[in-house]
Design a protein around this ligand. Structure first.
Ligand code: PD2
Ligand code: ZN
Length: 286
């Protein structure tokens, strides 16, 4: 039986293969898919089809395909020092190839930064991160900030910024998650992590149902903390200073640490740090 391609994404395929190759029984994989909302028939057919394809791959002695996703990417072919986006000039301050990182200056105006903080402030609550077991969310000691999510396009300011990001990164607006605002107080940090969803975790298929994998992140700084708060990339020893209106973009073409996109928010040593994060999915986030 063939299942419609939208039912088995590359990520679901990789997740099924990862589960079975780490010793999980097919029935348990099926149960995890059922628990995360896949219809019985679709889950069973996806599992069967994926395992049959994987077996024939192994028979042929083939390596698993590298399966790299297209990723968001600003137009830097001509090595511009500024990019015109949505009526603003974003300066290109730093670029790095591996990990793919681009630091922008002046992506947001001071008024836009203040406007986002004012809209978010009454809705902030202790940040939650994805619960790997279920695909839901949980309060996590590795992340000591307060946060909230806007709906995509929920206010004119949000829509303006989202349109600018889509143009800057040449990635469809509807592939973006709603903007997340984080406020870190003194001592707060976000310990190093990857932003993609780990294919080994049982909750991942449920998360991937909305737009597939994350393939890029844009962290925009809404203020300049008095001390600390850099965004760090420990694999490559890169620290990006948090400066109001600036932003750091990074992309990952597969859900794997070899993208070197491990990153964290260093502890704030004085004052507060506010950021807005836009995560970009491979497909439409609905
Ligand atoms: O606030 C940051 O610097 C930071 C660091 C790591 C934000 C995120 N990750 C994120 O929002 O994913
Ligand atoms: Zn992150």
């Amino acid at each position: 039986m063939t299942v419609a391609t939208q039912d088995i994404t590359d990520d679901l395929r990789r997740w099924i293969v990862a589960q079975t190759e780490t010793g999980c029984h097919a029935e348990d994989v099926l149960a995890a898919m059922r628990a995360s909302g896949w219809a019985e028939g679709v889950a069973a057919a996806a599992l069967e089809q994926t395992l049959r394809e994987r077996l024939s791959e192994l028979d042929r002695g083939a390596e698993a395909p590298a399966a790299r996703s297209p990723v968001p990417e600003p137009d830097l072919a001509a090595a511009p020092t500024v990019l015109q986006v949505g009526g603003r000039e974003a300066r290109v301050l730093v670029t790095m190839q591996r990990p793919r990182v681009v630091v922008f200056g002046g992506l947001l105006s001071d008024d836009e930064c203040s406007g986002l903080m004012a809209l978010a402030a009454p809705r902030l609550a202790r940040s939650e991160t994805v619960d790997n077991a279920t695909g839901g969310s949980e309060v996590n000691a590795a992340r000591t900030s307060d946060g909230m999510f806007f709906e995509r396009g929920e206010a004119p300011l949000i829509a303006t910024i989202e349109a600018r990001i889509a143009e800057l990164l040449r990635w469809p607006l509807e592939n973006g998650e709603g903007l997340q605002i984080l406020r870190y107080g003194p001592g707060a940090e976000y310990r190093p992590h990857h932003d993609y969803f780990d294919l080994q975790h049982p909750g991942t298929p449920r998360i991937l149902q909305r737009g597939g994998q994350r393939v890029g992140t844009l962290v925009m700084y809404l203020n300049t903390p008095e001390g600390g708060g850099a965004t760090t990339f420990p694999d490559v020893g890169l620290d990006v200073a948090p400066v109001r209106g600036n932003a750091v973009f990074f992309s990952y073409d597969r859900a794997h640490p070899d993208t070197r996109t491990l990153h964290g928010g260093a502890p704030v040593t004085a004052g507060e740090k506010w950021v807005a994060t836009k995560w970009l999915r491979e497909g439409a986030f609905v």
